[in-house]
Structure formats: structure tokens, C-alpha cells
Design a protein around this ligand. Structure first.
Ligand SMILES: O=C(O)CC[SeH]
Length: 427
């Protein structure tokens, strides 16, 4: 009798199935990744530094994961340093650059004949559309008088940082250039390889300090092919929770402590060759390694599926909203991530936050998740890319994933259509 009652009640309940389209914010874990984590939790709980079987199991998992992460970015296992995530990796690069400058400055002071340009403060060049984990540490160093920073504005035509503008910003005391590989809101892919080629040529001519090269590849990994050696970077940031791995990260360093400086921010038990000490988080490292293995094996399929799904989404949005739609991720001559669609539905009552909070099925964001407390102000990223204020205020960042289907797209577009109709009727 109880079951019959429940069944009747369920028949009267409209179950609303949400549709996630915020994969640039974070991704769920692949089943194989969860399995790798679970097995490590169960079987490899030992301290990897311990010389008995429980420790050896953990050490073996870490070693295998390091190899898989290295393979995903075209590097060698010894080039991979595990970190807590992308924020730590990015901060480690900026701190290293400042310390690298200081060490050379002290050397030059000791050796009067050495004119390596290390006078005054270290100079860092970055773009004005970086993730906060590059932007804010750079601003902090600048505010604390520990570095000079040039935030090179992206072109308001291409939303890309222009190579010539980066080159023009170089000074004798420039020690680091950090430009993200792909932007998290527009999806625009930056000309990192060309920047690295030009700076490497410049480094050969400079008597001054070598300029170090970093890219935050958080949004690119798992979506497009990323090869650190082909890019020519000294450092490349790896963020697990953007490619179906757990909340852990890594930093690729081209020959850490040898070809490329790496100065630890933490000091402790010697793990990660003293570059990043602390007893290793074996289960999360296991998950990162498995996710990296899946990317290496399946990237063409992932990329192709996301691209076709995103293109279908854009086609459906155009068909339904016609001239009410503005694509904030369409720029002439710029390559865009295959999964990112940043759009604004034009209208005085259609602010992005209002539309998303009124949708019944769509789960997405108006911009970076870490800006979600921006009190509904238009994204500074979009404004920097030349998107007009009233258009940026209506932005919806839609980012599809490996499992997003055309049926999901149809449902989301219908949800948006109904929501826009409702908001325009009531206002
Ligand atoms: O949502 C984003 O774009 C970044 C979150 Se870490």
C-alpha cells in the first residue's frame, strides 16, 4: 500500500533534470579516474618514502602517474612536479622568477664586471585576461614593491594578446613572461608558441638575464593538443579538475633546477626533489595520472565531439534567437577552444545572472567561477576583449563536455527560449 502511495506521488512530481554546461569551471571525474583513486586509497595508503611494501606501492603509483602526466604534455617524467592545483603552480612560477632575478642580482653585485641587467626590480610581463591565480600574485608582487609588472592588454579585435605588444614590453630587467594558453571565458587560444620563439631569439642576443617563459594551460588540456616542448615554454601549469581529474595539479618545468630554475615556496621532508615538499597525496596523484592517460589516448575524439556539440549549440542559438544573440567568443583570425561558447542574448532585462537564475534546467555561469561574487558586474575579461558593457552584462558562458549530447543542447536552448520569453513578458 505504501509503495502504491509513493508511486502515485511520484507520478505527480515533475522531475526536472538539470543540464550541466559549465565544464570550464570544473569537470566531473571519469569512472576510471574514480577507480584509480579508490584503489590507491585502499591499497596504497603507505608513505611513499617508506621502504616497505605499502610505501613501495604508493611510490610506484606516483611514478606511473608522473610518466602519464608528462606524456600528456610532451615532457619527461622528471619535468613534472605535483602541486595542490593550478593556483599553487602559477604562484610557484611567479615566486621562482622573482627569486631567480634576486639570485642573479646578488651574483652581479659580487662580480662587478657582470652586467646581467639584474638591477632594480624584476619585471614580469603578462596579459590583462589571465586567471586570478596569475593576475593576483602579480598584482601582489607589484603592490609590495617586489616586482614591476606589465599587464599587456589583449587586442579588442582578436581578443588575443599580440606578440608584438609582448615584445615591445620587454625591458633589461624582464625575467618572466606568463601568458595563458587559452582563456577560460572566451576560449580564445593565445599565440604562446610564437611568443616563445621570439623571446628565445631575443634571449640569445641579450647579455641580460634569460627571460623565463610560462603558460597556464589549465583550460587547454583535455580540449586541444598541448606539447610543452613544441610550445617552447619553460613552465606549463596543469590543472586536474579541468580534464576530469580530481582537484590536484602539477607544474611542467623543463629540467627543474638544471635548465630551468625552480625555487620552492615550501620547505620540509624532501618530497618532489625538495621543489614541493609534503607527503604526497597518492590517491589524487593516481587520479591525475589516470585522467592524463585518458587524455593522451582519447584527445582527438574528445576534441571532435566537443567541437561538433559546440557548433550545434551555436547553430541552435542562432536559429532561435536570430539577431538577439551576440557571440562573445567569435573573433576574426583567433582560434577558440572546441568546447567554449560565450554568448549574450540582447535585451535590457536579460542580464546573464538573471537569465541563469531563471532557467529551470541549464547550469552554467556568466564567467569565471572564481568571479561568481562579482555582484553581477560585467566580466572584466569580456570588457578587455572589446565586448560592449551592455552586451558583456548579458553574457552566458556555455562550456560543453565529453558527454554533452545534442539532446542536451536542444533542451538548454528550449530552456533559454522559455526563460527569455518569461523575463521579457514580466518586465
Ligand atoms: O570558471 C573558471 O573559468 C575558472 C574556475 Se578555477
Amino acid at each position: 500500500e505504501l509503495l502504491e502511495t509513493v508511486a502515485k506521488e511520484l507520478n505527480n512530481v515533475n522531475v526536472i533534470i538539470k543540464i550541466y554546461m559549465d565544464y570550464n569551471a570544473t569537470t566531473p571525474l571519469e569512472p576510471e579516474v574514480i577507480q584509480a583513486i579508490t584503489e590507491a586509497l585502499r591499497d596504497a595508503w603507505g608513505n611513499p618514502s617508506s621502504n616497505y611494501i605499502a610505501g613501495a606501492k604508493a611510490k610506484a603509483i606516483i611514478s606511473r602517474s608522473r610518466e602519464n602526466v608528462a606524456r600528456m604534455v610532451g615532457g619527461k617524467a622528471e619535468d613534472i612536479i605535483f602541486t595542490s592545483g593550478g593556483t599553487e603552480a602559477n604562484n610557484l612560477v611567479l615566486q621562482t622568477a622573482v627569486e631567480y632575478f634576486r639570485r642573479n642580482q646578488r651574483a652581479a653585485e659580487r662580480d662587478e664586471g657582470n652586467h646581467n641587467g639584474c638591477t632594480g626590480l624584476p619585471h614580469i610581463i603578462t596579459s590583462n585576461v589571465e586567471h586570478d591565480s596569475v593576475k593576483l600574485p602579480a598584482e601582489h608582487l607589484q603592490r609590495d614593491g617586489k616586482a614591476e609588472v606589465t599587464f599587456v592588454p589583449v587586442s579588442k579585435v582578436t581578443a588575443c594578446v599580440e606578440v608584438e605588444d609582448i615584445i615591445a614590453a620587454v625591458r633589461p630587467n624582464t625575467c618572466l613572461i606568463s601568458v595563458m594558453l587559452a582563456n577560460n571565458e572566451t576560449g580564445v587560444i593565445m599565440p604562446v608558441q610564437e611568443i616563445c620563439q621570439r623571446i628565445k631569439s631575443l634571449n640569445k642576443q641579450r647579455e641580460q638575464l634569460r627571460i623565463l617563459l610560462h603558460t597556464d594551460a589549465a583550460q587547454a588540456l583535455g580540449k586541444i593538443r598541448v606539447d610543452a616542448c613544441e610550445l617552447g615554454v619553460d613552465y606549463l601549469t596543469i590543472v586536474g579538475h579541468k580534464f576530469y581529474a580530481p582537484r590536484i595539479g602539477a607544474l611542467y618545468v623543463n629540467g627543474p633546477g638544471a635548465r630551468t630554475p625552480l625555487c620552492p615556496m615550501l620547505f620540509g621532508g624532501g618530497q618532489e626533489r625538495n621543489f614541493r615538499p609534503g607527503t604526497e597525496n597518492t590517491p589524487m596523484i593516481a587520479g591525475l595520472g589516470k585522467a592524463a592517460e585518458l587524455v593522451t589516448s582519447n584527445l582527438p575524439d574528445y576534441e571532435s565531439h566537443m567541437r561538433s556539440t559546440k557548433l550545434y549549440l551555436e547553430k541552435r542559438l542562432k536559429a532561435v534567437f536570430k539577431d538577439k544573440i551576440h557571440f562573445n567568443s567569435h573573433y576574426p583570425s583567433s582560434d577558440i577552444l572546441p568546447n567554449t561558447c560565450n554568448v549574450s542574448i540582447l535585451g535590457p532585462t536579460l542580464q546573464g545572472w538573471r537569465v541563469l537564475s531563471s532557467c529551470t534546467r541549464l547550469l552554467a555561469s556568466v564567467g569565471a567561477a572564481c568571479h561568481s561574487d562579482s555582484e553581477n558586474r560585467p566580466s572584466h575579461i569580456l570588457l578587455s576583449c572589446g565586448v560592449p558593457t551592455e552586451v558583456a552584462g548579458n553574457a552566458l558562458r556555455l562550456s560543453v563536455g565529453r558527454g554533452t549530447t545534442k539532446e542536451d543542447v536542444d533542451a538548454v536552448v528550449e530552456d533559454l527560449r522559455k526563460t527569455v520569453q518569461l523575463l521579457e513578458e514580466i518586465n
